[in-house]
Design a protein. Structure first.
Length: 364
């Protein structure tokens, strides 16, 4: 009987497993022979001289798992967000790419806030950011049809025109496009519950000279731009956070269990078959233990030593007893700075309310 072997080879994350599964859909009699699966099975079977050695590896109920490429989904269970990154193609059309390795980077202490995106340097997304420096991070809800579309949009190899032809998401202008009508920006997804409009900070890590290439040779950057033969990281300055009114109001006025968006949790591509995610469930709140608060005397002591020209009443200090001790001085310094800007020498409960109201207005 004549037999056929199909060999699939290629760089990491280029769609080998996806193509393999597509072949199996059409030709189910084929058998997958995976090098990684064989290594795992043989290591478990022959990696120990005796059972005592194996028991050592299972010390305290854990087993030492081999760390391989794409470890966040091949060697662990790592919960991730589900986002669509909008970028501009060479033709000016908005390209959507599905990404979960997108996380907060600069959260405080800088003159701007930033996200970091990890992606293949050969992807449409990476090429477009290298060319234009602009993107939108669109956070989608957990509807099944949205996740199915995210899986489709994440498939590598298609052009922008091919993948966007039947896209189910509605693309509209963001705030940056309205602020700069003579300049092009990636559109945003109307169905998203929030969107970060961003600009790549290419000056970090000396990445300003990175350009689109067919192949990237060393040396590579450490954390921004082209960071490996196949990878790229982009530090993305957040220009605007756009949010649907329901969730905007919750951020400004305070949250309860009914006002959280339905955020999906992505667990990545597994077993060479499927992408996995979990749907949103009702959130649970847990108050800070009373014992973790700070006493009024502690607040009064810290406030009295901060600035000789600005004093705090006991009622004002009482407003700060729930502030974690590690942040107390930072909060008090902010209050003093406000007092000096407004020629206030005594901060009472009324001034504390004004300061709190100022923070709420800054959010808006």
């Amino acid at each position: 009987m004549k037999k056929t072997i199909v060999l699939l080879a290629g760089y990491p994350a280029t769609g080998k497993s996806y193509l393999c599964n597509k072949i199996l859909e059409k030709l189910p009699d084929f058998l997958i022979v995976s090098q990684d699966d064989m290594k795992e099975k043989l290591f478990d079977q022959y990696g120990f001289d005796n059972m005592e050695e194996k028991k050592i590896e299972e010390l305290n109920g854990f087993k030492d798992l081999r760390i391989v490429d794409n470890f966040y989904q091949t060697s662990s269970f790592f919960p991730m967000p589900t986002t669509e990154i909008g970028t501009l193609s060479e033709s000016g059309q908005t390209n959507l790419g599905s990404y979960s390795l997108c996380f907060p980077y600069y959260i405080a202490g800088k003159d701007y806030y930033a996200m970091v995106l990890c992606c293949r340097n050969s992807s449409n997304t990476a090429k477009n950011i290298l060319r234009t420096g602009k993107c939108s991070i669109n956070f989608i809800t957990d509807k099944r049809k949205y996740f199915k579309e995210a899986v489709r949009l994440g498939y590598p190899g298609e052009t922008t025109e091919e993948k966007m032809k039947d896209c189910i998401f509605t693309l509209v202008d963001g705030k940056r496009a309205r602020e700069n009508p003579n300049e092009q920006f990636p559109k945003i997804i109307q169905e998203a519950f929030q969107v970060f409009e961003c600009t790549w900070v290419k000056e970090l890590d000396g990445a300003e000279n990175d350009v689109v290439k067919e192949e990237y040779l060393p040396p590579y950057h450490q954390f921004n731009g082209i960071t490996s033969q196949f990878g790229a990281h982009f530090i993305l300055k957040i220009d605007h956070i756009l949010m649907k009114p329901k969730y905007y109001n919750a951020i400004i006025n305070g949250v309860n269990a009914n006002v959280f968006p339905s955020v999906p949790v992505d667990y990545g591509y597994r077993d060479n078959k499927n992408f996995w995610y979990t749907r949103f469930k009702r959130p649970i709140s847990e108050p800070i233990p009373a014992s973790k608060g700070i006493s009024l005397d502690t607040v009064k002591y810290a406030a009295s030593r901060l600035d000789p020209d600005v004093k705090f009443t006991d009622e004002a200090c009482a407003k700060l007893v729930k502030v974690p001790r590690v942040f107390l001085n930072t909060v008090l310094k902010g209050c003093v700075a406000w007092a000096k800007e407004n020629n206030v020498t005594l901060i009472t409960e009324k001034e504390m309310e004004i300061i709190q109201d100022k923070r709420n207005k800054e959010k808006k």
